[in-house]
Design a binder for this molecule. Structure first.
Ligand SMILES: [Zn+2]
Length: 64
């Protein structure tokens, strides 16, 4: 079992077993975090895990 910490404020976000993939927002500071728990490592990123959004949609969002 491993713990994921908020990349911004360091609050403990969640814990999970190997293979866990989750996207969430920090309940303390609201920072978005994607968490991937591997066998020997834990990856925390501000970018979404599930990048099924086409680039064209992202560009539209930026202009909105
Ligand atoms: Zn936070």
């Amino acid at each position: 079992m491993k713990y994921a910490m908020c990349p911004k404020c360091g609050r403990r976000l969640c814990k999970g077993e190997n293979g866990t993939k989750v996207e969430m927002e920090c309940p303390k500071c609201g920072e978005f975090a994607s968490v991937i728990i591997d066998e020997d490592d834990i990856h925390i990123s501000k970018k979404p895990i599930f990048t099924n959004t086409p680039d064209s949609v992202l560009k539209q969002k930026q202009h909105a």
